[in-house]
Design a protein around this ligand. Sequence first.
Ligand code: NAP
Ligand code: MG
Length: 403
Amino acid sequence: MEKIKMITPLVEMDGDEMTRVLWQIIKDELILPFIDLKSEYYDLGLEYRNETNDQVTVDSANATKKYGVAVKCATITPNAARMTEYDLKEMWKSPNGTIRAMLDGTVFRTPIQVKGIEPCVKNWKKPITIARHAYGDVYKSVELKVPGAGKAELVFTGADGKEERVTIHEFTGAGIIQGQHNVDESIESFARSCFNYALDLKQDLWFATKDTISKKYDHTFKDIFQEIFDAEYKEKFEQAGITYFYTLIDDAVARVMKSEGGFIWACKNYDGDVMSDMISSACGSLAMMTSVLVSPAGIYEYEAAHGTVQRHYYKHLKGEETSTNSVATIFAWSGALRKRGELDQLPELMTFADRLEKACIDTIESGKMTKDLALITTLENPTVLNSEEFIKAIRSTLEAYYA
Ligand code: NAP
Ligand code: MG
């Protein structure tokens, strides 16, 4: 077969440990034999980040801004143990944090559903995508332990020196207080990213907060979403045959459990943190969850939702066999290639992305899978493959479609 041609390069961000090992095998077995790959390669492996004083992370984010689509391997976020392990000059920041801050985006996470790995919630027929606002609220809050009786106040001093003041509580004894914030600009870009993504997927968008109780804070989220929807998206949604639906967070949770799935659920930062773990574990495995960062400017960065699978890597280093699931990383590639195909109008590249995903699903549904899935599948007598065998099995499935 003639290899599929590309026009614009894909920004390729390599990573660490077991996922770095998988990255190379995925490229060798599933990408390079089929595609005349055009990519701009950035090595975000911790060694090279350290060597370049993390400049490579910044460069890769700038390249993503320039070209519009990136595919990223999982990377180590250094902690004290990594400082010694990699003899680091500094405890470099999380690459995902750096990239997110530069692209200003929303993270969308979707479980990959296959027959034989059934969600615990029986009526979920289609995947539910969580759209998590990645700025502010409790994650940027300040807190105080109140030692005893006294008055707590919220004070805002404007740039013009004007003061606004509200009493939080007149304490008669010890207690606690917390100050949270968010900014309109970030909420606006969160809203636009969600509306754009819903149009992309042609799926309904749900959004929920607790605006009945939080009449200013949460209500502002609700209002900003509604204003932007009415002004910029209402007609586009009608044309696409999808709806925007706002409700209270507790009502949303109840409806999600009773739903068939197949929609996007926009969540404030904390709700998204909690609900995405609920959705992914109810769907079986973190190794079957895709993740994409979408910026309001229409820039896309695809990755797996899991980390570098350190425990498996140490086994691999000792020469032991591993059975690490590469599906989420393969879907990062297919997602990025499909988006590149869409932007550059390359139908063959889009078809390839669809087939690559179908090959993963068909391979698992035929009973060939990695250990994490074999432990939870409802299929009888699954064949457990090692990391490399599993990718090669997907290649055989994929080759059969092109034969
Ligand atoms: P992890 O890599 O997600 O792995 C945690 C455990 O989940 C593994 O030990 C494994 O369980 C299971 N698992 C995850 N992915 C799997 C896969 N593809 N196939 C099979 N099993 C899988 O999290 P971690 O070990 O806590 O973190 C390791 C490193 O990843 C850290 O340095 C962290 O900073 C980094 N990290 C990066 C990202 C990112 O780049 N997006 C995200 C999270 C963490 P068993 O051991 O039971 O088989
Ligand atoms: Mg969490």
